[in-house]
Design a protein around this ligand. Structure first.
Ligand code: ATP
Ligand code: MG
Length: 332
C-alpha cells in the first residue's frame, strides 16, 4: 500500500489556503487510498519568532481542525511531530547529507529571512536547516507521496535529492518520494495582495480567510478582495491575478472549471458574492465539528497519543538503519 506523509505548522490559525491546498485532499482522497500520516509539525514553528504559549495553543487547534475537517484516526495516523523523537534524530543525519548552498537556495528561506530582518528580528539558524527537518519528516516514513500546496514543492524536490544522494553513498535506505499538488487551488493568493500567497503567519489579516472566521467576517473579506482594473470577468492569472484567485477559490469550492466560471459572470460583485457563499458552505461543517471537538480535548489528546505511538513504531527502523548506514556505532 502507498505511504503518504504531510503536515501543517502551528504558526497561525489555519487558512482557506491550507484547506484547499492540502487538508481537503488528505480528507477526501489520501486517507482512503493510502497508509497516510498527517502531522502538526510543531518543531517547524520554532524557526521564526514565536510565543511558547501560542504555539502550544495553535498545535492543539491545528490537530482539532484536522479532525474536524474529516481526518479519521481509524483510517490514518494523526500526530504531533515533537512527540516522535525520530524526526529530530533523522534531521541531523540529513543536515550531514545536504549542503549549505542548496539550503540557501530555498525560496522559503529567502522570503522568510527577508521578512524577519525587515521586522527587526534575527534569522534563526533553524530557518536555514528547516528543509533537512522536513526531509526527515517525509523520509522517516518511507513516504511515496507528499500532498502539499505548490509553495512546498521545492522542499520536496530537495528531499528527493537528499534521499538519492544518501542511498548512493551509504546504501539503499530511503524511498524517493514525490510531491502531489492539487489540480486547482494549489496556490491560493492573499485577497489584499493577489501576487503573494495566502499564508497563516502573515500580518495582513484582511487578505486571509481563516477556517474559524465568523460567516460575516468571511463575507466581508471576500467582498473587499482586491480585483484588477477592467470589468470583464476573465480567467487570466498572469495579468488579472485578483480575479483569477477568486475564480480558483470558487472553482475549488464548486467543482466547476475556472475558465467556464469566468464566462458565467458579468460583474466582480456577483462573482465575489457567490465565492463567499461557496466558501461558507465548505467551512460551515468544519466549524461545527470543531466546536464539538474543542469541547472534548481528552478525545483529541487520545488520538494524538495513539498516533504518536504508531508513528514512532513506523519511523524507528528506518532511522536506525540510516544511523547504521552513515557509520554510527550501534548501541550495544
Ligand atoms: P506559514 O505562513 O507559517 O508558512 P502556511 O499557511 O504557508 O504557513 P504551512 O504550514 O507552511 O502553512 O503549510 C501547510 C500546507 O498548506 C502545505 O501543504 C502548504 O503547501 C499548504 N499551503 C499553505 N498556504 C497555501 C496556499 N496559499 N495555497 C495552497 N496551499 C497552501
Ligand atoms: Mg508555509
Amino acid at each position: 500500500m502507498k505511504r503518504i506523509f504531510s503536515g501543517i505548522k502551528p504558526t497561525g490559525h489555519l487558512t482557506l489556503g491550507n484547506y484547499l491546498g492540502a487538508l481537503r485532499r488528505w480528507v477526501e482522497v489520501d486517507q482512503h487510498q493510502a497508509d497516510a500520516l498527517f502531522s502538526v509539525v510543531d518543531l517547524h514553528a520554532l524557526t521564526v519568532e514565536h510565543d511558547p504559549a501560542r504555539v502550544r495553543r495553535l498545535s492543539r487547534q491545528a490537530a482539532t481542525l484536522m479532525l474536524a475537517a474529516g481526518l479519521d484516526p481509524d483510517l490514518c495516523t494523526v500526530f504531533v511531530q515533537s512527540h516522535v523523537d525520530e524526526h529530530a534524530r533523522l534531521s541531523y543525519i540529513l543536515e550531514c547529507t545536504a549542503t549549505d548552498g542548496e539550503l540557501r537556495r530555498m525560496i522559503q528561506y529567502k522570503e522568510k529571512s527577508v521578512r524577519a530582518r525587515a521586522a527587526g528580528q534575527s534569522v534563526r539558524l533553524s530557518l536555514l536547516t528547516y528543509p533537512a527537518l522536513m526531509a526527515a519528516d517525509i523520509l522517516a516514513y518511507q513516504a511515496d507521496e507528499v500532498p502539499v500546496g505548490e509553495d512546498q514543492t521545492q522542499h520536496v524536490e530537495l528531499t528527493r535529492d537528499l534521499a538519492v544522494r544518501f542511498n548512493q553513498r551509504y546504501g539503499h535506505t530511503f524511498n524517493v518520494p514525490r510531491a502531489t499538488p492539487p489540480p486547482v487551488a494549489a496556490r491560493v493568493m492573499d485577497l489584499q495582495d493577489p501576487t503573494s500567497k495566502m499564508g497563516k503567519s502573515h500580518e495582513s489579516g484582511a487578505g486571509i480567510v481563516y477556517l474559524l472566521d465568523e460567516a460575516d467576517v468571511v463575507r466581508k473579506k471576500i467582498m473587499r478582495a482586491v480585483t484588477d482594473s477592467g470589468h470583464d470577468v476573465e480567467y487570466d492569472p498572469e495579468s488579472r491575478p485578483g480575479v483569477a484567485n477568486l475564480l480558483e477559490i470558487l472553482s475549488a469550492c464548486s467543482g466547476r472549471n475556472p475558465k467556464e466560471l469566468a464566462g458565467a459572470y458579468e460583474s466582480y460583485g456577483a462573482l465575489k458574492k457567490d465565492t463567499a457563499e461557496a466558501v461558507l458552505e465548505v467551512l460551515r461543517p468544519i466549524r461545527e465539528r470543531h466546536a464539538e471537538l474543542a469541547a472534548d480535548p481528552g478525545h483529541v489528546d487520545a488520538v494524538l497519543r495513539k498516533g504518536a505511538e504508531r508513528a514512532r513504531g513506523m519511523a524507528r527502523p528506518t532511522v536506525d538503519a540510516a544511523y547504521r548506514a552513515i557509520g554510527l556505532l550501534p548501541a550495544a
